[in-house]
Design a protein around this ligand. Structure first.
Ligand SMILES: Nc1nc2c(c(=O)[nH]1)N[C@H]1C(S)=C(S)[C@@H](COP(=O)(O)OP(=O)(O)OC[C@H]3O[C@@H](n4cnc5c(=O)[nH]c(N)nc54)[C@H](O)[C@@H]3O)O[C@H]1N2
Ligand SMILES: Nc1nc2c(c(=O)[nH]1)N[C@H]1C(S)=C(S)[C@@H](COP(=O)(O)OP(=O)(O)OC[C@H]3O[C@@H](n4cnc5c(=O)[nH]c(N)nc54)[C@H](O)[C@@H]3O)O[C@H]1N2
Ligand code: SF4
Ligand SMILES: [Mo]
Length: 687
């Protein structure tokens, strides 16, 4: 049987896959995975032809009716009629769009254009706000460009020392560990994760801070670097500005003082700085553990400041990077589905950017809306007097994955119209008024931009089930019914338009074509013309700011928004396990994966469990000021006694987001998924 070269449906590593016409999946040689796949990738074929697959549009005529199958004309006609009526009554912003970092570049681009030109609404944002937005903001202010990894993953192969802050890559991007085998690892995580185990087993270190205190730890490390004479003064001089201001704040955080806040021994701080400064090839990498905080941007800035002080970014064989999350986490934030952005990573408030994009779209720049609400704020505004009355969701299961899920459910219920395009009947799709069944990865063409800023071709290996349309066809069909032109459904046509719209922007795709990608070229943006080889390594000569220099940003410690008290004495943090992906809408439906982790659990130190009257293996309630989630108790002696951990992959009463705090970082508007105050109780009747 012929097999098609494509990439995994899940995370930003975008491992190479072969998929054949029967939907069988195999690993394929590609630089990020070198032929290997994690369990999710190996079993992803189960999503194709899954018995629960959505194959017909569903519609409920009113909120009290059940969802019933209808034809596409009826479904799209109903959505267009309701949009017209709601906008006529309340104005264009009555309709909102929620996109995703898992969507192809073509989908992200067309969705952003559809919101601004088709719906004329400012109300569009996406789940990438939950994902890498704090690192993006910190990267922009330090380097003038946000590309998660400004170097290829294979550069890590030769690293001598790698510090991973809040990144559990052994579970979240397992093949990435294959690039770190030669390095001494320092893992910063409140939990003894499999990544931390690997670090310790290979002679590295596990630093175990209190959740939400990385910033102090990074300041302590910077302090140690200065006092121990380990700064790279020439590099700071030639390539950066702002050291003095940053140091003024860090000077107050000598390691022993930092230890009192973050709990990491001062001696370990000195060791880590000596390792990083003493190696020639070294990297600092961050992920969600450092970012998903009310002060996530400043926290990432503190890690960047450390990297700059030691002379890492832009130096061959060294660097700073952020491990992106979703399959198209990088591309998803470059093409205009973010509330404040236009294609090419342009700002929607920049008159020149508006003029350029309006030119490509054939509209008057003054007709483009301004910035809208960020994801969490958008969800919080739904159905309110001044908020959107309709929401169209593409590629996100917000009922499970957004913070303070109980409030999100109330807001969705307050809408006049909820439309969800999905592959499977996830929690949010089943709460919709109209469900639109769409094609998925191996059933359609498109491009993705992986964690290295490399643009990849997703290819169709088999036909979607009858009755299913692509997201592009859905958007195109809705635009047609709303009487607006310029929404092709053909992926390459959309990509060619995206190239023109991105031309001259930070994320310039103008020189990237399907033909070049299909010829096997490895193209990292920026790639301004067809003769350009792409840019695998940014910053080797200069950073993205006008003066070419990187900026250290002065940052100081601020406590997490919600601290433990007598009623809620523990810090809950949340994250991922190897076998589940995100809201679990896909992986909970894969038998091999759900057999491994069938239900939610809460990791808790045995002493903490005993104090709360909990028994290993029994059910507990994890209670915060906002709600409670049920989880099976897992006693973990290596965990900090003041901290508990919940995966967020489960729905209904087991959703970790029933307890999380929707407080946002003031710059990135990213929620504080990684810290809230809770108490544990035995679940009545479970013993
Ligand atoms: N198996 C699997 N892989 C995935 C995904 C998935 O859902 N499942 N999702 C993909 C996506 S979208 C993303 S964004 C990435 C996320 O990849 P990661 O960022 O690696 O994943 P998380 O588990 O969210 O968080 C990493 C670690 O942060 C720790 N942490 C919590 N609080 C703090 C803190 O205050 N400081 C520090 N230093 N660490 C802290 C947690 O204990 C956790 O082990 O994974 C991608 N890959
Ligand atoms: N407590 C807590 N909450 C978190 C996090 C955390 O660490 N802790 N992490 C946050 C992060 S980093 C992220 S990225 C979010 C992710 O959370 P979500 O945004 O909910 O992401 P998924 O679960 O991947 O949802 C994707 C949905 O899209 C569907 N889908 C798949 N492919 C397609 C497609 O091509 N088109 C369409 N229309 N649909 C498709 C899937 O079936 C699924 O229902 O969760 C955030 N929530
Ligand atoms: S590491 Fe990510 S891209 Fe690779 S197989 Fe696993 S989920 Fe897929
Ligand atoms: Mo993410």
């Amino acid at each position: 049987m012929t097999r098609t070269a494509t990439h995994c449906p899940y995370c930003a590593l975008q491992c190479g896959q072969w998929v054949d016409g029967s939907g069988a999946v195999d690993g394929r040689e590609f630089p990020t995975n070198r032929g290997g796949l994690c369990q999710k990738g190996w079993t992803s074929g189960a999503l194709l032809g899954h018995p629960e697959r959505l194959t017909t549009p569903l519609l409920r005529p009113s909120r009290s009716d059940p969802l019933a199958p209808v034809g596409w004309d009826v479904a799209l006609g109903h959505v267009a009629d309701r949009i017209r009526a709601l906008q006529a009554e309340h104005g264009p912003d009555a309709v909102a769009v929620f996109g995703a970092g898992g969507l192809t570049n073509e989908k992200a681009y067309l969705l952003g254009k559809f919101a601004r030109v088709g719906l004329r609404t400012s109300q569009i944002d996406y789940n990438g706000r939950f994902c890498m937005s704090s690192a993006a903001a910190a990267g922009n202010r330090a380097f003038g460009v946000d590309r998660g990894m400004p170097f290829p993953v294979t550069d890590l192969d030769d690293a001598e020392v790698v510090l991973l802050a809040g990144a559990n890559v052994a579970e979240t991007m397992p093949p990435l560990m294959g690039h770190l085998t030669g390095a001494r690892l320092v893992v910063v995580d409140p939990r003894r994760t499999p990544t931390a185990e690997r670090a310790v087993a290979a002679g590295g270190l596990h630093l175990q801070p209190v959740p939400g205190t990385d910033l102090v730890l990074a300041l302590g490390l910077l302090h140690a670097a200065v006092v121990d004479g380990l700064l790279d003064a020439d590099y700071l001089d030639e390539r950066t500005t702002g050291f003095d201001e940053a140091w003024r704040l860090a000077a107050q955080w000598w390691p022993e003082r930092a230890e009192r806040v973050c709990g990491v021994p001062a001696a370990d701080m000195r060791t880590v700085v000596a390792w990083l400064a003493g190696a020639r090839r070294r990297y600092v990498l961050t992920a969600r553990g450092a970012e998903q905080h009310a002060h996530g941007v400043d926290t990432v800035s503190a890690w960047i400041n450390l990297a700059l002080a030691l002379g890492l970014p832009g130096r061959p064989g060294s660097g700073f990077g952020t491990v992106t999350g979703q399959g198209n986490g990088q591309g998803g934030r470059e093409h205009g589905q973010k509330s404040d952005q236009l294609p090419g990573y342009r700002s929607i408030t920049d008159p020149a950017a508006r003029a350029h994009v309006a030119g490509v779209w054939g509209v008057d720049p003054d007709d483009l809306p301004g910035p809208g609400r960020s994801a969490t704020e958008l969800l919080a505004a739904l159905g309110r007097p001044d908020g959107p009355k309709a929401l169209l969701v593409f590629g996100s299961n917000v009922l499970v994955s957004a913070p303070h899920a109980g409030a999100v459910a109330e807001r969705l219920a307050a809408l006049d119209l909820l439309v969800v395009a999905d592959v499977l009947p996830g929690e949010t799709a089943m709460a919709a008024d109209v469900v639109l069944p769409v094609a998925q990865w191996a059933e359609e063409e498109g491009t993705m931009t992986n964690l290295e800023g490399r643009v990849l071709r997703r290819r169709r290996a088999l036909r979607p089930p009858p009755g299913v349309r692509t997201d592009l066809e859905v958007v195109s069909g809705l635009a047609e019914r709303l009487g607006v032109g310029g929404f092709p459904a053909e992926p390459e046509a959309v990509f060619d338009e995206l190239r023109a719209a991105s031309a001259g922007g930070t994320a310039d795709y103008a020189g990237i074509s399907y033909a070049r990608l299909d010829a096997g070229e490895a193209l990292h943006w920026p790639c301004p013309d067809e003769a350009h080889p792409g840019t695998p390594r940014l910053f080797t000569e200069r950073f993205g700011h006008a003066d070419g220099r990187a900026r250290l940003v002065p940052v100081d410690h601020t406590p997490s928004a919600e601290l433990p008290d007598a009623a809620h004495p523990l810090r809950a943090t949340t994250g991922r396990v190897l076998v589940h992906y995100q809201s679990g809408a896909q992986t909970r439906r894969v038998a091999e994966l759900s057999a491994v982790v069938p239900e939610s659990f809460v990791e808790v130190h045995p002493d903490t469990a005993a104090r709360a009257g909990l028994v290993d293996g029994e059910w507990a309630r994890v209670v915060s000021r906002r709600g409670a989630a049920q989880a099976r108790v897992r006693c973990v002696p290596s965990l900090r006694p003041d901290t508990v951990f919940l995966p967020f992959h489960f729905g209904a009463g087991q959703a970790a987001n029933l307890v999380t705090n929707p407080v946002l970082d003031p710059i990135s508007r990213m929620p504080e998924f990684k810290v809230c105050a809770v108490r544990l109780e035995p679940l009545a009747g479970s013993a």
